[in-house]
Design a protein around this ligand. Structure first.
Ligand code: ARG
Length: 459
């Protein structure tokens, strides 16, 4: 008979059992489920709701069950539906009537809310550590490339020269925000729902704050109907994970472009590339493509969860069992993508010469040439027009601004003097942009130091 089978006269249809069982995916919360039960039953004993000896026997047996699961000695049963009833069934098999006291003052509704919060808290902590590692690697790449000049783009058209450090540190900002977002989600996940019961708490004198303390929660949920039916923290986590994937995917897209034969800015290490089964010459950036591709499934889980929750009347409804597979897959995906990405970027070779040469093309110093004129008394709009004329002349004569003779400059405006050449060198373009946030070596070095401090303080 099912643990809830008292009022039933028939057993469930076997295909139905398969349909509504969640053990195939919620078994991964076995440790959280057992730790939650131990805290609950310890509290029942402390409050005199059950005998202290019974509480102790249940706690001891739960620990043995945990060890047996970890040793691989337990096979879960689909007929026992979910991880909660599987553990309880095994407990009752082992200690009989005493085991039947575990579920006093508790519902699976608050139990599952507890388990998923505990499970996700651990996952958030893991992902924060992976982000910290990635940030360390990226800040290191920046440090090695403060003077690696490369083209900066808008519309994927050459715009103004930047450095690889400046470019990579843009991603450091993104992943720093991702880290903060996870800290924020953690706060709202770190609230203890047990004691909410099915929806309206219970008549037993539970000590919810004791359970929260035992399990390392900061606080308890303040409304039992919300306690069992809130999955905002799942949605928030999926959202934070989607943004992480979006950032990884953008960077992957750039790496794929940089790694192409046309750009050759970087080369992926063999350890992070794959070949073609037909074209012998191929070395493909598959890891970057896969990370870009996997972004879609994480977004999908976010949309699915928002949709699952949108029409659920208070309080618990079985729809909410659909929360787990998506968020588990999203967590697994991010936990695979982050280390692969970190290893890939850490081992890629940077072709500084190709980056520098590419930065010399496309008149990326045109703004600086116009600014030079402004600094010599020409109004900006006129300066813009003069440099525009020179660019057209260069295009027609297959030259860059740096190739022009001083006579050619003077033909367009007699304001020009010899020091225009220094003013439009790539190094000058980059290093005179000392405004905070810019590419100058001086500012970038200070930002790298600041990042080191911020990263080292990440917990
Ligand atoms: N497996 C269920 C879930 O994941 C546990 C809660 C079931 N509660 C219930 N009243 N059927 O949501």
């Amino acid at each position: 008979m099912k643990l809830w089978g008292g009022r039933f006269t028939k057993s469930t249809d076997s295909f139905t059992d398969h349909f509504h069982s969640s053990i195939s995916f919620d078994s991964r919360m076995y440790r959280q489920d057992i730790e939650g039960s131990i805290a609950h039953v310890a509290m029942l004993g402390k409050q005199g709701i059950i005998d202290v000896e019974d509480s102790q026997l249940i706690q001891k047996t739960l620990k043995e069950i945990l060890a047996d699961i970890e040793a691989g000695n337990i096979t879960f049963d689909e007929k026992a539906e979910d991880i909660h009833m599987n553990v309880e069934t095994i407990l009752i098999q082992r200690i009989g009537d005493t085991g039947k006291k575990l579920h006093t003052g508790r519902s699976r509704n608050d139990q599952v809310a507890l388990d998923i919060r505990m499970y996700l808290k651990e996952q958030i902590t893991d992902i924060k550590a992976l982000l910290k590692k990635l940030l360390t690697v990226l800040n290191g790449i920046a440090e090695r490339n403060v003077d690696t000049i490369m083209p900066g783009y808008t519309h994927l058209q050459n715009a103004q020269p930047v450095t690889l450090a400046h470019h990579v540190l843009a991603y450091v900002e993104m992943f720093k925000r991702d880290y903060d977002r996870l800290c924020d989600v953690y706060k709202r996940t770190n609230v203890m729902p047990l004691g909410s019961g099915a929806l309206a708490t219970t008549t037993y004198p539970l000590d919810r704050r004791f359970v929260a303390e035992e399990l390392g929660f900061d606080s308890i949920t303040l409304n039992s109907m919300d306690g069992v039916s809130d999955r905002d923290f799942v949605i928030e986590l999926l959202s934070a994970l989607s943004v992480i994937m979006m950032h990884l995917s953008r960077f992957c897209e750039e790496i794929i472009i940089w790694n192409s034969q046309q750009y050759k800015f970087v080369e992926m290490d063999d350890a992070y590339s794959t070949g073609s089964s037909i074209m012998p010459q191929k070395k493909n950036p598959d890891m970057a493509e896969l990370i870009r591709g996997k972004t879609g499934r994480v977004y999908g889980h976010l949309m699915a969860m928002l949709t699952v929750m949108k029409g659920i009347p208070l309080a618990y409804n079985k729809d909410m069992q659909e929360d787990k597979e998506g968020v588990f897959d999203a967590v697994d995906t991010v936990k695979m993508c982050l280390p692969v990405f970190t290893g890939m970027i850490d081992t890629m070779t940077v072709n500084k010469d190709n980056m520098y040469n590419a930065a010399g093309k496309g008149f990326m110093n045109a703004t600086d040439a116009a600014d030079w004129l402004v600094k010599h008394g020409v109004p900006f709009r006129d300066a813009h027009a003069i440099i525009g004329q020179l660019v057209l002349y260069c295009i027609n004569n297959n030259k860059s601004l740096g190739d022009l003779t001083i006579e050619e400059y003077k033909n367009v405006s007699d304001v020009f003097t010899e020091d225009i050449y220094n003013a439009i060198s790539l190094e000058t373009c980059v290093n005179t942009r000392t405004v905070e946030g810019g590419p100058s070596e001086e500012y970038i070095k200070s930002l790298i130091e600041l990042n080191k401090k911020i990263i080292s303080e990440m917990k």
